[in-house]
Design a protein around this ligand. Structure first.
Ligand code: COA
Length: 191
């Protein structure tokens, strides 16, 4: 289903809560700005070893994660040049499924990343959450979005293709085992 077909209804409620309603996902599917109060639930979500098949590792403890979320609560780099936007994904059941994040650089560029616990995979939640995030990023003046991931990570590749991303020019620098994919927000076309 395309963005046009699902005609997403985005609105801001309370303190930055992004509510994203589609026919597929009824009211209650939301991106919430990540806060320290999410640490306990997110520790359980992010402790799923399946998430780390290709890279990274689970959080060391709830306290470690809470401290990390507290550091990120400012939603910007220490020098204020970059926006560091992190959202947890709230399902209609009120469970947290994972997170989406974006680093917004000056000049209208942003890098995105995403992680969901494996029990929520293949249900369209990642695509829904990323589409909601991309709509939000347009409000921040972002025109070009990119993602870097391990080439073996077929799940990430499929998600990005579904979102309209395409591989970047071969000369773009990434490690040999990584792939860089980009998407223009204004047209949805490859850049
Ligand atoms: C990558 C990830 C977020 C995808 O989550 P997901 O919930 O399975 O994604 P969705 O259900 O929204 O699927 C998106 C599209 O990818 C496709 N897809 C997902 N996994 C797939 C797979 N293993 N094989 C084929 N297609 C796949 C889906 O079918 C869907 O396309 P469709 O709408 O045409 O059916 C999830 O696997 C994850 O959290 N992985 C661990 C973290 C990670 O690797 N992050 C990337 C580094 S930034």
């Amino acid at each position: 289903m395309s963005s046009e077909q699902i005609a997403p209804l985005m609105r801001l409620t309370e303190r930055y809560c992004v509510v994203y309603q589609t026919p597929a996902h009824p009211p209650g599917f939301a991106l919430e700005p990540q806060l320290p109060i999410h640490a306990e639930q997110m520790f359980e979500v992010l402790s799923d070893p399946a998430i780390y098949e290709y890279e990274n590792e689970p959080p060391a403890s709830v306290d470690w994660l809470r401290a990390r979320f507290a550091r990120l609560e400012s939603r910007q780099s220490p020098d204020g040049c970059e926006k560091w936007l992190n959202w947890v994904i709230r399902l209609p059941s009120s469970e947290l499924a994972g997170y989406v994040q974006a680093t917004v650089h000056p000049g209208g560029r942003a890098a995105i990343a995403y992680e969901l616990a494996s029990r929520y995979w293949r249900r369209g939640f990642a695509r829904e959450a990323c589409e909601a995030m991309l709509s939000e990023l347009a409000r921040y003046g972002v025109r070009n979005v990119h993602a870097v991931f391990k080439r073996k990570n077929v799940r990430s590749l499929c998600l990005l293709e579904r979102l309209g991303f395409a591989p970047a020019a071969p000369e773009a620098y990434v490690r040999p085992d990584e792939l860089l994919m980009t998407r223009s927000l204004s047209t949805g076309a490859e850049t």
